[in-house]
Design a protein around this ligand. Structure first.
Ligand SMILES: N[C@@H](CCC(=O)N[C@@H](CS)C(=O)NCC(=O)O)C(=O)O
Length: 219
């Protein structure tokens, strides 16, 4: 039995998309990360980081959303899974790439365009974070010039992992028209039926009251 902890309005949606793609049934514990639930001893016993998502497959707990997806793809096989060692390495590469190069500045942009309450948004901060995204977005756009998906012809866990981070862009008023291949690829990924659950979810995050608090949130 697989149990996934984490509300849809959290990074748990990344794993829900993967489980839906694979057609794997699971129990969903929609643990909120905003009401103190992730600080409770019972939750910390499952994930000592106090964060969602965490997946428990039988007696095997695993945290980190994109690592969970790589595990699920490899466990269940099929077209989403890496077909060989090189594809495995590339799926890992793109997953690390998106969390290290894209996730934080994109989240910071989104916070200042949509996720913070309107009065707490700061367009200058959004522009600053957006400027950091130009380099990785250009890399992705160039990579997609001669292939429809990250590993070539088929949609794989690499596309899913990168798209689950990039999906903050259209949700938060970040236009991708300057990177047209990224824009098209993302729309293709997000129009997959297995991604549908996520698209209707909306959420907000409170802006920390001090500049230091903001730094702490995004560093
Ligand atoms: N790198 C982790 C990040 C997990 C994470 O930050 N989750 C947020 C919700 S989306 C959380 O649980 N925050 C609660 C907290 O930081 O206390 C992953 O991708 O799984």
């Amino acid at each position: 039995m697989i149990t996934l902890y984490g509300a849809m309005a959290s990074r748990a949606h990344r794993v829900v998309w993967m489980l839906n793609e694979l057609g794997v049934s699971f129990e969903h514990e929609p643990t909120s990360f905003q009401d103190g639930s992730t600080r409770r001893p019972e939750f910390l016993a499952v994930n000592p980081n106090g964060r969602v998502p965490v997946l428990v497959d039988g007696d095997f707990p695993l945290f980190e959303s994109l690592a969970i997806n790589l595990y699920l793809a490899k466990k269940h096989g099929g077209p989403l899974a890496p077909a060989d060692l090189r594809e495995d390495a590339l799926a890992t590469q793109w997953s690390f790439w998106v969390v290290t190069e894209v996730e934080k500045p994109l989240l910071f942009t989104s916070a200042n365009r949509k996720l913070f309450a309107e009065a707490a948004r700061n367009e200058e901060e959004a522009q600053m974070a957006l400027a950091k995204l130009d380099r990785p977005f250009k890399v992705l756009d160039a990579h997609l010039a001669d292939r429809p998906h990250l590993l070539g012809e088929r949609f794989t866990v690499a596309d899913l992992n990168v798209a689950t981070v990039m999906d903050l862009a259209p949700q938060s008023g970040v236009s991708l028209t300057a990177w047209p291949r990224v824009d098209e690829w993302l729309q293709r990924c997000l129009s997959r039926p297995a991604a549908a659950d996520w698209k209707s979810v909306s959420f907000s995050i409170p802006r920390p009251p001090t500049p230091l608090g903001v730094l702490r949130m995004f560093l």
